[in-house]
Ligand binder design. Structure first.
Ligand SMILES: [Zn+2]
Length: 563
């Protein structure tokens, strides 16, 4: 009887394996060790590995019933290793180290627990600054699984109330997919395959001139190719009962059932997350806002999500027979979608390519320098993901410009590292204006910069059209609830809106009766505020606020008030 039972279960296991193979994983996970960070049923508005504008999403975003203030709980025993207040980014965040070698991270918090809040405030007053990053030793704040660490919110660069939650390898700080630890979201919906694109790569670097064929998913015709080509996919995943387009777990590409590339969203690296620009079809994303994930890798893409890659993932057929390409996409719970297409090499097929040689050839593996009358550009090795037919030309001086426009290739080609850009100002940049000079792009976004030895120089990680302008205008300060002589008796906090027209806010400092006081700042809403301390003596006081932009233009607001 026992033997019979074993046979049945073995058979069942094999069938399961054939129908739904197990997720590919490179390590073991302590499933069940961590609890959910919130006390409500988990729903995701974003998942691990999801494609964001400058990085892969390093955690799961838990929905919080569209509001701030839900309590957050330590997911296991441990100690607080770091507590941080950031302008933008993660906002208010807590890092907990657990004895099993993992760190849990909680971002965009509304409020810290009283113990952590006191620690943070003491550090803010000690350093006289709002944004602080406090490492703590293992004895400072011990936690039990389920202890409250604060409230969920919308601080930092969050676009609405939610909890961003991460699990990291404590030693390497590499973020891991929390769903592999059993922290799952209800999901019986297979990934959506929205589109497949074929790239005629031939012997050229990948870029804006690469011919793209966006394939119909219903067309069963055999595709003709000639020479080296690559494949990309537009795919997302949805969970039960939600409309959010989340990230998938794995993307596998097969040629005649042999693997070509396997992408896994199991583990990420903060050091290479920016290379998402090389992983996706970046020119197409910039033009169409659609993200196609390439099954081939640019030669200088440092990314670590390719679990398997045959060569660089591009394909060259050596015969003229019909071949089968198959994509298999899975979410973190194993729901699977696939798509098959047929390709055949045809020597008479000519890809629709615009040939270009550019102004200069930039190689990704060495320093590139380009010099002309009004520009000097120095790009270190490994700033580019691939070789580049670099293009340059000069345009007319804009109305607010102090130089000609320098068209430095174009914004469709991404960079991994920054390069040094120097632009020569014309004679209208007087000695008085030189300290106020910055480099902006055609949309008047500041790329920083300083006048130095006849040039305005900066470091930037973008190509585009650049020119010199000046920022002579100080930031603005708009008081929201304070005015001269006002009795602030019943008011708990004084509110301001601050903004800057060009170079951006560099610093803000608040004082009551010449004593530094904590100003809290939310850059996305331009809100700056001070919560009055209980220790403030009753009577007449003087409030002073100083706001400085990156070109050292200063705005000061001063007012007497009663409290
Ligand atoms: Zn997030």
């Amino acid at each position: 009887m026992k033997i019979f039972y074993t046979c049945i279960s073995l058979l069942f296991a094999v069938l399961t394996a054939m129908g739904q193979p197990a997720l590919i994983k490179t390590r073991e996970y302590p499933v069940g060790y961590f609890r959910n960070p919130l006390a409500i049923a988990p729903q995701a508005s974003g998942t691990f590995g999801e494609l964001r504008s400058t990085h892969f999403h390093a955690g799961d975003d838990y929905r919080t019933q569209q509001r701030v203030g839900l309590p957050i709980f330590a997911v296991a025993d441990g100690y607080v290793a770091r507590v941080r207040v950031q302008i933008g980014g993660g906002g208010n965040s807590v890092y907990i180290n657990h004895p099993n070698g993992f760190t849990s991270v909680y971002l965009h918090m509304h409020e810290f627990s009283p113990q952590l809040a006191a620690l943070v405030k003491a550090k803010q007053y000690e350093l006289e600054r709002f944004d602080v990053d406090i490492p703590l030793d293992s004895a400072a704040v011990l936690l039990k699984k389920g202890d409250r660490i604060g409230l969920a919110g919308n601080s930092g660069s969050s676009q609405g109330p939610h909890l961003h939650f991460e699990l990291r390898d404590t030693e390497t700080e590499a973020p891991l997919n929390p769903q592999l630890f059993g922290l799952r979201f209800p999901d019986n919906v297979p990934p959506t395959i929205r589109g497949i694109t074929l790239y005629d790569l031939e012997d050229e670097p990948f870029g804006e001139y690469t011919p793209r064929r966006h394939l119909s998913l219903t067309d069963k015709q055999t595709l003709r190719v000639n020479g080296r080509f690559g494949i990309g996919i537009n795919t997302t995943d949805r969970h039960d009962g939600t409309t959010f387009n989340n990230g998938v777990y794995s993307i596998e590409l097969f040629l005649d059932n042999k693997p070509i590339s396997t992408v896994l969203f199991e583990e990420l690296s903060f050091a290479t997350s920016r290379a998402i620009h090389s992983y996706i079809d970046y020119p197409y994303y910039i033009l169409k806002r659609v993200r196609i994930q390439k099954g081939f890798k640019d030669p200088n893409n440092p990314i670590n999500i390719f679990h398997f890659l045959e060569g660089d993932g591009s394909i060259t057929l050596t015969d003229n027979l019909e071949h089968t390409l198959m994509y298999r996409v899975r979410d973190a719970q194993g729901n699977t979608s696939s798509h098959t297409l047929k390709v055949r090499n045809d020597p008479s097929y000519t890809p629709d390519r615009q040939r270009t040689t550019g102004t200069a050839m930039f190689r990704y593996d060495r320093e590139n320098r380009f010099t002309a009358d009004h520009i000097d550009l120095i790009m270190p090795a490994n700033a580019l993901y691939d070789h580049l037919h670099f293009k340059y030309h000069q345009g007319a001086r804009p109305k607010d410009g102090y130089s000609m426009v320098q068209h430095v290739h174009n914004r469709l080609v991404p960079l991994f590292e920054s390069y040094e850009l120097k632009i020569r100002p014309d004679s209208t940049l007087t000695d008085e204006l030189k300290p106020k000079a910055i480099i902006v792009d055609e949309r008047r976004n500041s790329h920083g910069g300083n006048f130095d030895d006849g040039w305005v120089r900066t470091k930037t990680r973008s190509f585009g059209s650049f020119y010199i302008t000046v920022d002579t205008i100080p930031p603005t300060i708009q008081p929201q609830n304070i005015s001269a002589g006002k009795d602030m008796g019943a008011i708990t906090r004084v509110n301001f809106k601050i903004s800057d027209n060009l170079s951006g806010i560099q610093s803000f400092r608040g004082f009551i009766d010449d004593q530094w006081v904590l100003m809290e700042y939310d850059s996305k809403s331009r809100s700056l505020w001070h919560v009055f301390e209980d220790s403030l003596p009753r009577g007449k006081h003087r409030f002073r606020l100083e706001v400085v932009d990156w070109k050292d233009n200063e705005q000061v607001y001063e007012v007497d008030f009663l409290k």
